[in-house]
Write a protein of this length. Sequence first.
Length: 214
Amino acid sequence: MSKTTNKNHGVLRKVKTLFWTLNLMLCIMMTCCSGKKTTEPPVIPPLPEENFEYRMISNNTEIEITDYIGLYLEVGIPNIIAYRPVTSIGDESFYTKGIKSVTIPNSVARIGIRAFSNNQLTNVTIPDSVTEIGSSAFGNNQLTSVTIPNSVTVIARWAFSSNQLTSVTIGNDVKFPDDTNYGGFGGNFGSVYNGVGGTFTRPTHTSNTWTRMP
């Protein structure tokens, strides 16, 4: 590859990074200036694809992210990489990266084992495209609440363990393959949940007493 081509690629990467940074700043300014209070996490603009390692799956028609190699602690995952939809967040792809917030695109169907484990996430929005959440996928973060959409049919063992959860909302079609663990929500969650979706709360994240909300 010629020096000119390398130089052009370097300029393109700098332009993409600058565009993303300006986009993020604009989103923050709009949120701050709107005066609206919301419990929803901010939508983070998707990062350029150079921040991710990935592989093609499903006969090269879809993308699975295998590793996050960027330095940003607020991560917007793109819904398209290499002209293909991102449908899977691979096992341990964001494991112990120190990220504080993440936006998962509505193209993702699978969130793998320990995909976002051991970070500093305080909130997350799981899009209604997701059908499977792997073991310890969001374990060991700082989540205080989570909403699991009705599209999710499988939540594996310890998926949300070691967080600070005091509120959980679950769709009616959600299934827990390991009925002794119930996603790591702890306490009496299994007996209160009893196979029926709804919103469940407890007074503190260390309490063993979950209550179904009316």
